[in-house]
Design a protein around this ligand. Structure first.
Ligand code: P6P
Length: 337
């Protein structure tokens, strides 16, 4: 008979984080480890809430708009509340930037040494259609001597000590980096644990997939129009076939596919959105850090490394191109000249 082998030595996220702390930061205080555990609690709660949303009629507009003018859906509000409460009660977070909050949040009573930037439910405009959405996050350690202020988050993305996202799709997938590569976890809802399923994830070096909203092409600069048009021609390095187009319209879903399959994702700035649409602190930086840690690249419309940008405002936006190293290099030929 087929021997059903059960893995009795599962690597949970909790175990993985502790092993990583012992391996890379044996003298650490353990605060980041505790913070990451509070983050995973928030992901589990949001995943649970999203799964039941339609059943308990949570889907639909909440009748208010957020900091960046998007119509807030009920789940956006609930996701934001869950996230804020999880970070506040962790005791390790002093400063919080959320897409749903116009102003920086400072947890006055907290002795926390970390600042967290997040988009609690990114892609929520797709929620009613059952499209995958996700929570995107980036973590800074407060600057030495800081009591927690906006200066702790208006910094280059290279200073983030952890970043990632949890995509709420068929399963809940967490992609995490703490600066030592990218590891993927899948939520086992019976155990209530994120299980390591994609250790040391590397993005394929090249892949003939491009992912951009072509509905904006009328507003793109000429070099972007020319570059995207060039991908639609037969490619010598793709057995004479043109690129495939794949665009979900939910950044987490588009980036997740790009990390796993390779390709190029883009949201360029255009004459309609002169500084692009995606926000630096809690969309561009976390996805750029993940992509670089997985061996890929992430640049802005001038071909500058996304992580080297220094935002001046907490909801600042940037054009972004990210994905396989060879695909970003093809782009640079067009926009660097
Ligand atoms: P568009 C979702 O609203 C979002 O913020 C990202 O998740 C996504 O990549 C982008 O906007 C989609 O924007 O203009 O293509 O619908």
């Amino acid at each position: 008979e087929s021997k059903q082998t059960i893995n009795t030595d599962l690597v949970t996220l909790t175990r993985f984080i502790l092993e990583e702390q012992n391996r890379y930061a044996p003298h650490a205080t353990g605060e980041l480890t505790l913070l990451l555990n509070s983050l995973q609690y928030a992901f589990k709660f949001i995943a649970h809430t999203i799964r039941r949303a339609e059943l308990v009629n949570l889907i639909g507009l909440a009748g208010i708009t957020n900091a960046t003018g998007d119509d807030q859906k009920k789940l956006d509000v609930i996701g934001d509340d869950i996230f804020i409460n999880a970070m506040k009660s962790s005791g390790n977070v002093k400063v919080l930037v959320s897409e749903e909050q116009e102003d920086l949040i400072i947890f006055e009573g907290s002795e926390g040494n970390y600042a967290v930037c997040c988009d609690p439910i990114d892609g929520s405009s797709n929620l009613d259609a059952g499209v995958s959405v996700g929570t995107i996050f980036g973590v800074y350690k407060l600057q030495p001597g800081s009591k927690g202020s906006i200066k702790d988050v208006l910094r280059s993305g290279t200073e983030m000590v952890a970043a990632g996202y949890t995509m709420y799709g068929a399963s809940a997938h967490l992609m995490l980096t703490t600066g030592h590569g990218v590891n993927g976890f899948t939520l086992d809802t019976h155990l209530g644990e994120f299980i390591l399923t994609k250790p040391h994830l590397k993005v394929p070096e090249k892949k003939a997939i491009y992912s951009v909203n072509e509905g904006n092409s009328y507003y793109w600069p000429k070099e972007v129009q020319d570059f995207i048009a060039s991908l639609k021609l037969p490619q010598e390095d793709n057995n004479g076939k043109p690129y495939s187009a794949r665009y979900v319209g939910s950044m987490v879903a588009d980036v997740h596919r790009t990390l796993l399959y390779g390709g190029l994702f883009a949201y360029p700035a255009d004459s309609k959105s002169k500084t692009g649409k995606l926000r630096v602190l809690y969309e561009c930086f976390p996805m750029a850090l993940l992509m670089e840690q997985a061996g890929g690249e992430a640049v802005n419309d001038k071909g500058q490394r996304i992580l080297d940008l220094i935002p001046k405002k907490i909801h600042e936006r940037s054009g972004i191109w990210l994905g396989s190293k060879k695909e970003v290099e093809k782009l640079l030929q067009y926009i660097k000249n």
